[in-house]
Design a protein around this ligand. Sequence first.
Ligand SMILES: Cc1cc2nc3c(=O)[nH]c(=O)nc-3n(C[C@H](O)[C@H](O)[C@H](O)COP(=O)(O)O)c2cc1C
Length: 315
Amino acid sequence: MNNVSKPDLSVKIGSVRLANPLMPASGTCGYAAEYADFVDLRQLGAFVTKSITLSPRAGNECPRIVETRAGMLNSIGLANVGLEVFLAEKVPQLQTLGIPVFVSVAGTMVEEYLAVASALEKVPVVRGVELNISCPNVKAGGILFGVDPSAVRTIVAEVRKVVQKNILIVKLSPNVTDIAATAAAAVEAGTDALSLVNTFTAMAIDIERRRPVLANATGGLSGPAIRPIAVYMVHRVYTQVARASGVPIIGLGGIQYARDAIEFLLAGATGLGVGTALFVNPRCLLEIRNGIADYLRRHGQGGITEIIGALRLGD
Ligand SMILES: Cc1cc2nc3c(=O)[nH]c(=O)nc-3n(C[C@H](O)[C@H](O)[C@H](O)COP(=O)(O)O)c2cc1C
């Protein structure tokens, strides 16, 4: 029996139960050590790592971040330590977190994704693999996999074969005409969960130099500027694909306050990711968690699952 004065915030992403839906967005909190000084990580629902590739990557040239009105553009280009260093140096700290760990996996070829995902099957602390097929900042692979439904089906089906112990989460690109089509392809190929959205390909120009601000010319837009589009995309994927198939959605894109997170829940998200807002207020994940609990109390609801997809349309 749910208790209205202490609402149950727990959710399930595939077979993994989270104490609450909140997690950092991949790439915004490194491998946990970078963030641990700011917040008691055990209070979060899960931790999501920076995307890992088979070999280390230096990423793109600087400047690779620029602030925009109501958001930011980044073209980090998947800078990361690579699988070997991740296993040797980052996993030991992740083992001490005490919350489920999801590792984001990226690559430029299917074989790379398979090698990293297979290695993560042997790491007990890892509970899930988030397939980043939607990074807009790398020249080969990355977004190319994520925008074509048949390419999504192929890569997800291949990775699904090796991901057994861990749950499989597919992170979708918003840089498509209809995100329900790529979501459906990932579900057909057997994903356990979907996360959406990654960043929107965008550009900023230095008008005096008449050159792009980012060394890479283009980058990915994130933060409050994208939130209404991300809410719409979660709503669309939930109503067209996820609700009927029972596949949970991790919603993200511009979440900063509890009211933003609640929009995502009502639209159909089960999990909630926060990225850009952490650069403004690293503690906002906990404030959002507490704000959701207040909302549930105010509406006399004993559990968060009661409001997932509870958007009212029509009369
Ligand atoms: C600096 C930065 C680095 C990111 N790196 C990754 C990454 O490595 N892998 C990934 O899947 N998404 C990455 N993202 C995208 C975020 O995980 C998230 O999908 C996006 O920023 C939207 O959420 P937000 O508006 O809350 O930031 C990155 C975003 C930022 C701002």
